[in-house]
Design a binder for this molecule. Structure first.
Ligand code: BGC
Length: 762
């Protein structure tokens, strides 16, 4: 018997011994809120009585073991708990935020990063990450753009698969690895107005061609879990959308793992005005194909203190008894969860070795990878007069200015919970360490760290958010402002660190503008007026409005929220110890009025180049998708296709030469874009289909090879209501940005040689 069959048999034996209440409990996951004793005690009692199969939000190994002991030794069947956690960009060692990781365009790096995150998580007893977030995000007002890979389905798919491989290693049960849970299925990123949790309406074209591909890639990479979305596409909430989770995810994508709801979103089916009550909600969610309910463990009633209580799935035994739900469907969900526990080896070893955490968390090699990841994520947008890299023989005094330059929380970004704040290297510290003895580095914050206008709904939960504005109360604004300007005036160069505080992006952190918050623009203008060259470093999780910044700065480096070693990484990039090579994973808008703005748009009546779109500004982005400079000039030449015409199912081989024309080693991301001229549906003006990040030595020319298979041309045609391959003429561009001009074309013919054969007719 294969191991899989043995596990199935073991799961079935256990299933046969379970009561309906234990079955419903096995597919109920509770937050464990250690800081709220009433909730914590309630959850422990649920575990003891076999009514909870999984817990989330514990990262202390002694605590996981204590709770696990309750499940194993005190519950009737002794089924171990599955521990989940938001391991988004690291556990103790924090890596750049996922949007920053995507800007590295380096899937191998991202795989290694999540491998380390998995190792640290597993060492404290976590089995499963609610990550990666693979939602395409095309509206930067949406705070959760920071958690994903940006606007593009191809880049998003590469990042999705890399992260799943990183978390899971060679598959579920690989030692030192954890289960990946790509989220949020489906379309969460398309919330109206970029407002978190708002309505989503997706056309089948967007759903299939844009939002689904990263999930397909994650499933193909073997993801063990998928989380549904809070929102619904077109009035059916994600947790109860049978068409999406059963027909598409299981049927079409062949997903075999288990499907969990987002937090409390089964109970929320009533909030949506979709379900009548908990019984109706649980019935419709499980019938739609949901396998597990993630539940806060608290009931909130207007004006009242939240009280501990069960989730909607606690009504499932009643739903079965009333004949609303088929017990086989319940068994199927429970079997999936038990099977996973067997595959993870939890029945043999439910506990974590409490000594391992100390030997694993924050290891020097983990931190080194955090530094490398931050270096590769940085995107250089501007470098006038080659102010960068900083030249130690010409620059003797550096003014580091800006409130975020010494803000550890902003250096880490959102979705960091079990980090070491003290050990976080800020930009200021990084500059001090890298500058060397001949260069003085002085600091002035200038203005306070910007704070949210409306408090975060999570602010009350102290364990979720750190204090992001430590100096705000003691800050003498006018004196500090003048001190910063004086420092700028008397220094050779200013490194101005501006952007967003950690809590300005992430969940429930949408913004109605893309402005630099607080008094930061005022500071920038006053600093620039001193005529000392300004290098602007942006810490943020979204593009910001740079219209007032551009002309006043000599250089702009986007550092994102770069993580535990972020300050060191950015300083090394600024001093040229390493060349920047990141590229934008989204189109950088000029102003908020342009969003959503994407490079792979459909052309309709007028070409995009016409000036007729906006009355007061151009309709093009400030910086296009895929853009990023390095410390040297890169040239692309000799784009060659192996054939000028291929068959529908054939693969095209493409090669191009890329040359480093500068006198130092640089990094570059070569990008290949495709456009189909006509077909059964209009296709975007260009779409990313392949990329390679390469290191080029000084003067080196390299030939890069790409393969464009039929899958790269396949798309969903709304006219046909299925995916198609068209015979057509195609344009190819290769270069270092989505506006690359090096071009070639080829023809795809169907077997009869005609463009409109009987099988290929509209
Ligand atoms: C978020 C999920 C997250 C979950 C658990 C929800 O509010 O939408 O992305 O995994 O909480 O923290």
């Amino acid at each position: 018997m294969s191991t899989n069959e043995t596990h199935l048999q073991q799961a079935d034996t256990l299933l046969a011994a379970m009561t309906l209440e234990e079955k419903a409990g096995q597919i109920s996951q509770y937050f464990y809120l250690a800081g709220m004793s009433a909730q914590a005690e309630f959850v422990e009692a649920e575990v003891r009585s076999g009514r909870a199969g999984s817990l989330l939000f514990i990262s202390d190994p002694a605590e996981t073991n204590r709770l696990q002991r309750i499940a194993v030794e005190e519950s009737r069947l002794g089924i171990p708990l599955l521990f989940g956690f938001d391991v988004i960009h690291g556990l103790r060692t924090i890596f750049p935020v996922p949007l920053g990781l995507a800007a590295s365009w380096d899937p191998e790096l991202v795989e290694r990063v999540q491998g380390i995150a998995a190792r640290e998580a597993r060492a404290v007893g976590i089995h499963w990450a609610f990550a990666p977030m693979v939602d395409i995000a095309r509206d930067p007002r949406w705070g959760r753009i920071v958690e994903g890979a940006g606007e593009d389905p191809y880049l998003g798919s590469q990042m999705a698969a890399a992260q799943v491989r990183g978390f899971q290693g060679d598959g579920i049960g690989t030692p030192d690895h954890i289960v990946a849970g790509p989220k949020h299925f489906l379309g969460y990123g398309a919330a109206l107005g970029g407002r978190d949790y708002d309505e989503v309406n997706l056309s089948e074209n967007e759903l299939r061609n844009v939002y689904l591909p990263p999930f397909a890639a994650a499933v193909k990479a073997g993801a063990g879990n998928i989380m549904t979305s809070y929102v619904g596409t077109g009035g059916v909430p994600g947790a109860a959308d049978r068409r999406l989770i059963t027909d598409v995810l299981r049927g079409e994508l062949g997903f075999e793992g288990f499907i969990v709801s987002d937090a409390s979103s089964v109970v929320d089916l009533t909030t949506h005005g979709f379900a009548k009550d908990d019984l109706d909600a649980a019935t419709r969610a499980i019938r739609a194909g949901l396998d597990m309910e993630m539940w806060f463990g608290l009931r909130f009633q207007e004006g009242m203190i939240p009280t501990p209580g069960v989730g909607a799935f606690a009504t499932l035994p009643d739903a079965i008894r009333q004949g609303l739900v088929d017990e086989q469907r319940l068994d199927e969900a429970v079997r999936r969860v038990l099977l996973l526990k067997f595959r993870l080896g939890l029945f043999e070893q439910p506990y974590v070795d409490e000594g391992r955490a100390a030997k694993t968390l924050g290891l020097p090699e983990h931190r080194e990878m955090a530094r490398i990841a931050a270096e590769r994520s940085a995107v250089l947008l501007r470098n006038i007069g080659s102010v960068l890299p900083l030249d130690r023989s010409a620059v003797r005094s550096i003014a580091v200015i800006g409130p975020l330059a010494d803000d550890k929380q902003a250096t880490l970004g959102p979705w960091a919970f079990a980090h070491d704040l003290e050990a976080t290297v800020t930009l200021l510290e990084g500059m001090q360490r890298v500058a060397g003895s001949g260069v003085t580095v002085a600091y002035a914050p200038g203005v306070p760290v910007p704070t949210r206008v409306f408090p975060s709904p999570f602010a009350a939960m102290e364990q979720f958010v750190g204090d992001t504005s430590p100096q705000a109360a003691l800050f003498d604004e006018e004196a500090e402002f003048s001190r910063a300007i004086e420092l700028a005036r008397t220094s050779d160069v200013v490194v101005l660190v501006l952007g967003e505080a950690a809590d300005m992006n992430g969940e429930a952190a949408s913004r109605s503008t893309l402005d630099l918050p607080g008094r930061q623009v005022e500071l920038l203008e006053a600093v620039a007026a001193t005529d000392t060259p300004v290098v602007l470093v942006l810490l943020s999780g979204r593009p910001l409005d740079l219209r007032r910044a551009i002309e006043r700065t000599a250089a702009i480096l986007v550092a994102w929220h770069p993580g535990s070693e972020g300050g060191l990484a950015v300083a090394r990039v600024l001093f040229g110890e390493v060349a920047p090579g990141g590229k934008l994973p989204f189109s950088w808008p000029r102003s908020v009025g342009q969003v959503p703005l994407i490079y792979s748009h459909l052309r309709s009546h007028q070409p995009q180049t016409s000036m007729m779109r906006y009355w007061e500004e151009e309709s093009t982005p400030l910086y296009p998708f895929g853009f990023g400079l390095t410390y040297g000039e890169v040239a692309y030449t000799n784009l060659c296709l192996h054939a000028s015409a291929i068959g529908l199912d054939e693969t095209l081989e493409i090669q191009v030469e890329v040359q480093n024309r500068s006198s130092r080693a640089i990094e570059e991301v070569a990008q290949l874009y495709l456009h189909q001229r006509y077909g059964r549906a209009a296709r975007p003006v260009r779409e990313l289909k392949a990329f390679q990040r390469v290191v080029l030595e000084s003067g080196e020319t390299r030939t890069l090879h790409f393969q464009l298979d039929a899958a790269a041309r396949r798309y969903w045609s709304s006219a046909q209501n299925t995916s198609v391959l068209d015979a057509s003429i195609f344009d190819v561009w290769v270069g270092g940005v989505s506006t690359a001009s090096l071009h070639a074309e080829f023809t795809v013919q169907d077997s009869t040689g005609s463009f409109l054969s009987p099988t290929n007719k509209p």
